[in-house]
Design a protein around this ligand. Structure first.
Ligand code: PEP
Ligand code: CO
Length: 450
C-alpha cells in the first residue's frame, strides 16, 4: 500500500502491540489534550543529534544508548534520575579517555513507558489478566483492576517525561556535568571496587589535564564543551496515538518532528514493512532506530531502509542488532554485507541484552554478563572482518546497585538475584557492571583503531 504520509496515515495500517483500550473516546480525548501541550524536545536539538549520528556512521563517534527497560511512575525520584545520568557520564568518560572517541550519549529515559509483550494476557495459577504493557498503559501489580489499560496514564507519562527532562537539562547544562566534577560521578558504593578504582585513576588524570589547561587559559567558564554535556532522550515509539500527539511541524524547516524524544526506535516486534509503526516514523525527521533480531531478512532490511530513509541520509537510520550471542554470527553478517552492497548509510549498534534473556530456576528473568560481553565481542569482530564500523551499544542499565543480571566483577549469582531485583520488565546491568563493560568496550575500540 502506498499512500501519502499524513499525521494519521498510520491508522490505515495494522498497528501491532497496541493495548486493548476499552474506552476509545477517552483515548482520543487524552491524546487531543496532549497534542495541545508543549513539545518535550526541539527540532534543532534533534538535528544536532542526527549530525552526531551521521558522524558516527562515518567512523567519527560512538553511541552509548542506555537506561531502564521500562521507566515507572514509582521510581520517579531526583536521585534515581541523577544516578542514571552519572553512570552514562562515567561510561562516556571511560570511552572518551581510553579510546579517544567522541561519545554520543542517548538515554532510554524521559519517555520509555510502553512495552511490547509476547502475549496479550498473563496467567498465574487460576487467574488470567491483561499483560503489563508499561506504566503508560497499566500497572505492574497482578490484579484485574491494575492490569486494565487506562488512557489517563498517558497524561502522567507526558508529565513525568517533562519533569525528568527538566532535571536532566538542569544537570547537563547547570554545572553537574562539568568535567571538573568527574570525581563526583563515581558513586560511593563502587568507589572501592576494582571498577571504581580504575575510574578514579582516569578522573585524576583528567583533573591533572584540566589544571594544565586552566593554567594556559582554557577553563570551563570559557569553554562550554568542558562545562556542559549533551544528553539526548529516546524510547520505543510504540503507542502511536501518543507519538502522533507530540508530533509537530518545525517552523524553521517545515518538516515534521516527533517531539516526544530526540531518537525513537521501532521494536523488533513492530518493524513490519507494511505496519503502522514504520508508516508513522517514515514521515518524521528524527533519527530512527530499528531493532534487528534474527528474523530480519536482508530483503526486509533493504525495504525498511528504502521506506524510512529514501534519501539514504547519514544519521537517519540506526540498526540496533539484538541477535543473541548464539545467533549473531549466523545472522548479522548477511545484513551488513547486503547493506554494504546496496550502499545503505546505516549506523550499526549492538544491543547485547534482548537476545540473551532467560529464566532461572527461581523464576527470575536474567542475562549473564559474560554472554552480554560475548555478543559485543562478536559484533566488533564481524564488523572488523567485513570492514564496516561498529558504531555503538544499547544497554538496559541503571545507576543503582541492583542484582538483576548475573556475573560481572561482583560475581552476582542465582542466589543473589532476589536481593535487589527491582526492574518492572527486563533485567538491567547495575552501575558496576555497566562501568566494567565500558572498560572492556574501550579495549575493543582501541584494537579497532590499532
Ligand atoms: C526493548 O528494547 O525493551 C525491547 C522490547 O526490545 P526488542 O524490541 O529488541 O525486543
Ligand atoms: Co527490554
Amino acid at each position: 500500500m502506498s499512500t501519502e504520509w499524513t499525521l494519521e496515515s498510520w491508522k490505515k495500517f495494522v498497528a501491532d502491540q497496541q493495548p486493548n483500550w476499552t474506552d476509545e473516546d477517552l483515548v482520543q480525548k487524552v491524546n487531543t489534550e496532549i497534542s495541545s501541550y508543549p513539545p518535550l524536545v526541539f527540532a534543532g536539538e534533534v538535528r544536532t543529534l542526527k549530525q552526531h549520528l551521521a558522524d558516527a556512521t562515518q567512523g567519527n563517534g560512538f553511541l552509548i544508548q542506555g537506561g531502564d527497560c521500562a521507566e515507572t511512575f514509582n521510581d520517579f525520584k531526583a536521585d534515581s534520575i541523577r544516578d542514571k545520568l552519572k553512570i552514562l557520564l562515567q561510561m562516556s568518560v571511560v570511552l572518551t579517555y581510553g579510546a579517544s572517541c567522541n561519545v554520543i550519549k542517548v538515554g532510554r529515559i524521559a519517555g520509555q513507558f510502553a512495552k511490547p509483550r509476547s502475549s496479550d494476557t498473563e496467567t498465574r495459577g487460576e487467574k488470567t489478566f491483561p499483560s503489563y504493557r508499561g506504566d503508560a498503559v497499566n500497572e505492574l501489580e497482578f490484579s484485574d483492576i491494575s492490569r486494565q489499560p487506562n488512557p489517563k496514564r498517558l497524561l502522567r507519562t507526558y508529565n513525568q517525561s517533562a519533569a525528568t527532562l527538566n532535571l536532566l537539562r538542569a544537570f547537563t547544562l547547570g554545572g553537574f556535568a562539568d568535567l571538573n566534577k568527574v570525581h563526583l560521578w563515581n558513586q560511593e558504593f563502587i568507589a572501592t571496587s576494582p571498577q571504581g578504582k580504575k575510574y578514579q585513576k582516569i578522573a585524576t588524570s583528567i583533573d591533572d589535564a584540566l589544571k594544565f589547561m586552566n593554567a594556559v587559559g582554557i577553563s570551563s567558564d570559557k569553554y562550554a564543551s568542558l562545562r556542559m554535556a549533551e544528553l539526548y532522550t529516546s524510547h520505543e515509539a510504540l503507542l502511536l496515538g501518543y507519538e502522533q500527539a507530540l508530533t509537530r511541524k518545525d517552523s524553521i524547516s517545515g518538516d515534521w518532528y516527533d517531539c516526544s524524544a530526540h531518537f525513537l526506535w521501532i521494536g523488533n516486534r513492530t518493524r513490519q514493512i507494511d505496519g503502522a509503526h514504520v508508516e508513522f516514523l517514515s514521515g518524521v525527521k528524527n533519527p530512527i532506530g530499528i531493532k534487528a533480531g534474527p528474523s530480519l531478512t536482508p530483503d526486509e532490511l533493504v525495504a525498511l531502509a528504502q521506506k524510512l530513509n529514501p534519501e539514504n541520509e547519514f544519521g537517519r537510520l540506526t540498526i540496533i542488532s539484538r541477535m543473541g550471542a548464539e545467533k549473531i554470527n549466523d545472522y548479522l553478517p548477511q545484513l551488513v554485507k547486503r547493506a554494504t552492497s546496496e550502499k545503505l548509510n546505516l549506523l550499526w549498534i549492538c544491543d547485547p541484552m534482548h537476545g540473551n534473556t532467560y529464566k532461572t530456576e527461581n523464576g527470575f528473568k536474567t542475562r549473564h554478563f559474560n554472554t552480554i560481553l560475548d555478543e559485543i565481542q562478536q559484533f566488533f569482530a564481524i564488523h572488523q572482518k567485513l570492514g564496516t564500523i561498529p558504531g555503538g551499544v544499547h544497554f538496559e542499565l541503571t545507576g543503582d546497585n541492583v542484582t538483576e543480571c548475573l556475573g560481572g566483577a561482583q560475581e552476582i549469582s542465582d542466589n543473589d538475584l532476589k536481593e535487589r531485583y527491582e526492574t518492572a520488565c527486563d533485567p538491567r546491568l547495575n552501575n558496576e557492571q555497566s562501568l566494567e563493560l565500558a572498560f572492556l568496550i574501550t579495549e575493543l575500540l582501541r584494537n579497532e583503531n590499532a
